[in-house]
Design a protein around this ligand. Structure first.
Ligand SMILES: Cc1ncc(COP(=O)(O)O)c(C=O)c1O
Length: 401
């Protein structure tokens, strides 16, 4: 075992998905990862933070300048990058006048959205989708996981989970379940969901508009978790812009920090600004000038370089490329998703874990996306030549099955 990985395994608590690690990195640049053994991988996962590619030089320069200028602001003081970021996010918001709050991670930002929903509606219950993921913390993880682990104890009360649109029975069953929960439970504060789950199952047209109507009819809020799918990844700035339903609140995270620093945000209808006496997300690094500078610069680069449109176009190139491979290679079925939030579907006989292993040996770092699919999530800065290189490697992987 690599020495750093062994030391990591000794030092860190072991937990699903992170420790022990697969390997150790010494460099990450653009679409590439390089491990301490000198092996290079194209990053098809990137934890969905790598919209700008890894190690974006312009962002690093902006962060260095910010460190020299103002590295921290104690909470009672504001600062320029924090205010500019808030204004820049609000300028993107297509709904009614809104306000923002920042946090250092997606899970914490989800907690803020939950608090806003509770204080605004005076209710406490939630509806979320089975098989969803909204982060950690007893609130956010409880939204994700229907069955509590007895060792962890109870989550927040009032959690209702409905079968998601991507499982058998599909959207009709999801809507019927939701309507039933609403009819039985007058205390629903909010429905919270990813508009497109990051398993890349695209919801049918009209689904979220119908959920919006249900929420309105029952006086509940609609909260979209766009922590992986926001900031252009799906070919629209907000993923919900594909689906004809504007939520009361959206949560952004991951790539908001440019793939370097941790920052997340809640943008929500200004009418939810009803509890100024409460601490809704009073985090130490809430308005950190470094994290907010990272997010502001990320937004500037996305707008200046047309990266939202780029995600749409290069995503279409990848989907078409995978379809061509599927004509030549039996094991490959096709690609699904939107923009650059994509998964490649393999034939039922291809176990996703084994496909991921085969990808690693072809220099592709990825994860499973269900039983027979793998993630194909590239930065929005990817070039056509790089996308073609990925397709060539995927074809080699497919031919092994
Ligand atoms: C949909 C979704 N929501 C919430 C989170 C939690 O974000 P964080 O890990 O920054 O707390 C994640 C992270 O993977 C996510 O994918």
């Amino acid at each position: 075992m690599n020495e750093l990985v062994a030391r990591d395994a000794r030092a860190f608590f072991h937990q699903h998905g992170s420790s022990p690690c697969l390997g150790a990195l010494r460099r990450a640049e653009g679409i590439w990862l390089e491990d301490t053994e000198g092996q290079r991988f194209i990053d098809l996962h990137g934890n969905t933070v790598h919209h700008l590619g890894h190690g974006n030089r312009e962002l690093i320069a902006a962060l260095k300048r910010q460190l020299d200028e103002l590295a921290f602001a104690p909470r009672r003081f504001t600062n320029e990058p924090a205010v500019l970021l808030a204004e820049a996010l609000l300028a993107r918001w297509p709904g009614a006048p809104a306000k923002v709050l920042f946090a250092t991670g997606g899970s914490d930002a989800i907690e803020i959205a939950l608090k806003l929903a509770r204080v605004a509606t005076g209710r406490q219950d939630t509806i979320s989708l089975e098989g969803s993921y909204h982060g950690h913390g007893f609130g956010a993880f409880g939204l994700s996981q229907a069955e509590p682990d007895p060792r962890l104890g109870d989550f927040l009360p009032g959690r209702h989970h409905v079968a998601p649109y991507w499982l058998e029975g599909g959207p009709e069953r999801m809507l019927a379940n939701m309507a039933r929960v609403f009819a039985r439970s007058p205390g629903i504060a909010a429905v919270i969901a990813e508009p497109m789950r990051s398993n890349c199952r695209v919801p049918p047209p009209g689904l979220w508009a119908q959920v919006r109507r249900l929420c309105d009819a029952h006086g509940a809020l609609l909260i979209f978790d766009e922590i992986p799918s926001g900031l252009g990844k799906t070919g629209r700035f907000f993923a919900f812009e594909h689906f004809g339903a504007v939520p009361d609140a959206v949560v952004l995270g991951k790539s908001l920090g440019g793939g370097m620093v941790p920052i997340a945000a809640v943008i929500a209808d200004a009418r939810l600004n009803v509890a100024p006496e409460l601490e809704l997300g009073h985090y130490t690094h809430e308005k950190n000038p470094l994290t907010t500078r990272a997010a502001l610069t990320t937004l500037e680069i996305i707008a200046r370089d047309g990266l939202v449109e780029r995600a749409r176009d290069v995503g279409a190139r990848l989907v078409a490329g995978v379809a061509e491979i599927a004509e030549r290679v039996q094991a490959v079925v096709g690609a699904r998703g939107l923009g650059l939030l994509l998964a490649v579907q393999f034939a039922p006989r291809c176990d996703a874990e084994r496909v991921v292993e085969a990808c690693f040996s072809e220099g592709l770092s990825t994860t499973t996306k269900g039983a027979n699919a793998i993630g194909l999530s590239l930065p929005l800065t990817v070039t056509d030549a790089e996308a073609d290189e990925v397709l060539a490697r995927l074809e080699v992987v497919g031919r092994r099955f």
